[in-house]
Design a protein around this ligand. Structure first.
Ligand SMILES: [Zn+2]
Length: 169
C-alpha cells in the first residue's frame, strides 16, 4: 500500500482530523531549540555546567539535516554525547539523534520505539482479515513483540475506534 494511502486509511479508521495530523507532525519534527539545550546543560552538573553556543548547536542540527544521525528519523531530536561523557561538548563529540536512539543509547531499557506502531498495525491487519477485533495475545504474536505492556490502552482505544461503526465485530 502506498504510504499516503496507509496514512489516510489510519486517519479515517481512527477518526483523526487533518488538523490534528498536521499538528502532531509539527510537534514531532520541531528541533530542540539550541538556547533551551544550552540553558539546560549550563544548569546541570551532569553536563559540567557548560554547553556549546546556541549558534554551534544550531549548526549541528543543520549539518545533520534535522535528522537522526543513526536512523534518519526526524522524531523528537536531541543532542547526544558520542563518547558517553556528558561533559565533553567538543563539537565532534556531539551528534543529533532521535528519541528512540537516545533511549537506546542512554541504556534506559530496551524500549522498542516501534512497539506501539507494530501492535497497532498488527491489530488493524488482523481486524481487516477477520472482520473481527482480535484478542490482544494474537495481536502481540502477530506484531512479534514480547509484551503488550504500556500499549494496552492504546489497543483498547484502537478496538473502540475500529468496532464503533461495526458493532458485530
Ligand atoms: Zn534514531
Amino acid at each position: 500500500m502506498l504510504i499516503m494511502e496507509k496514512l489516510r486509511e489510519l486517519m479515517t479508521l481512527l477518526d483523526v482530523s487533518e488538523d490534528d495530523a498536521i499538528k502532531s507532525i509539527l510537534n514531532l519534527v520541531s528541533p530542540p531549540p539550541p538556547p533551551a539545550t544550552r540553558q539546560n546543560w549550563c544548569r546541570l552538573s551532569t553536563f559540567g555546567n557548560s554547553a556549546p553556543s546556541s549558534k554551534e548547536l544550531w549548526a549541528k542540527l543543520v549539518e545533520a539535516d534535522f535528522k537522526c544521525q543513526k536512523c534518519s528519523s526526524q522524531m523528537r531530536l536531541s543532542f547526544n554525547h558520542i563518547d558517553g561523557n556528558a561533559k565533553n561538548h567538543a563539537l565532534t563529540n556531539l551528534e543529533v539523534i532521535c528519541f528512540a536512539c537516545n533511549r537506546a543509547a542512554s541504556k534506559k531499557g530496551t524500549t522498542d520505539e516501534n512497539h506501539h506502531y507494530k501492535l497497532v498495525m498488527a491489530a488493524i491487519k488482523l481486524w481487516k482479515e477477520n472482520n473481527k477485533f482480535p484478542d490482544f495475545e494474537l495481536i502481540r504474536l502477530t506484531a512479534g513483540v514480547k509484551q503488550v505492556g504500556g500499549a494496552t490502552y492504546l489497543l483498547k482505544y484502537i478496538q473502540n475506534r475500529l468496532t464503533k461503526n461495526n458493532p458485530e465485530s
